[in-house]
Design a protein around this ligand. Structure first.
Ligand code: NI
Length: 162
């Protein structure tokens, strides 16, 4: 396993649409493990493969709940959205930016697991938000383009003069 470099704001790859995974081979499994390791390194709640420069429809999510394991979603498809929530959001590709966005309160998604088995997952609140945010990445969409106007906060790192 290894961590990978996260593509950041300004990198054109973030605007590209990812392609479905056709075969979950050893290379894909290694990518998934690297994505989980990279997400954990930066304390992210989710990461899409495009964020490490791979245009494949793979998402990992970890809510850091007690005893929880990361969600792995390969070729995810949102099949149902319900309700609405206004939430604070950030993204590992926009490390200094935070803003409010409107997301569905509940989301149901189908996807393949690491063994290629199809499953269905319904998430509410933070999980719904994370699924929406990460599936957006697979479609070349980033949160900064859908924020509620006037809510953007740019955080500058401590100890830096500029
Ligand atoms: Ni993101």
């Amino acid at each position: 396993m290894a961590t990978r470099i996260i593509r950041e704001e300004g990198d054109e790859i973030l605007k590209k649409k990812s392609r479905p995974v056709e075969t979950i081979d050893d290379k894909i499994k290694e990518l998934v493990q690297d994505m989980i390791e990279t997400m954990h390194k930066y304390n992210g709640v989710g990461l899409a493969a495009v964020q490490v420069g791979i245009l494949k429809r793979i998402v990992v999510i970890d809510l850091y709940e007690d005893g929880g394991v990361p969600y792995i979603l390969i070729n995810p498809e949102i099949i149902k959205e319900k309700g609405e929530q206004t939430v604070d959001e950030g993204c590992l590709s926009f490390p200094n930016k935070f803003a409010k966005v409107i997301r569905p309160k509940e989301v149901t998604v189908t996807a393949l697991d690491i063994n290629g088995k199809k499953f269905k997952l319904t998430g509410t609140d933070l999980l719904a938000q994370a699924i929406e945010h990460e599936v957006d990445h697979l479609n070349g969409e980033v949160f900064i383009d859908k924020i509620i106007p006037g809510t953007l906060e740019v955080v500058t790192e401590e100890g830096k003069n500029n």
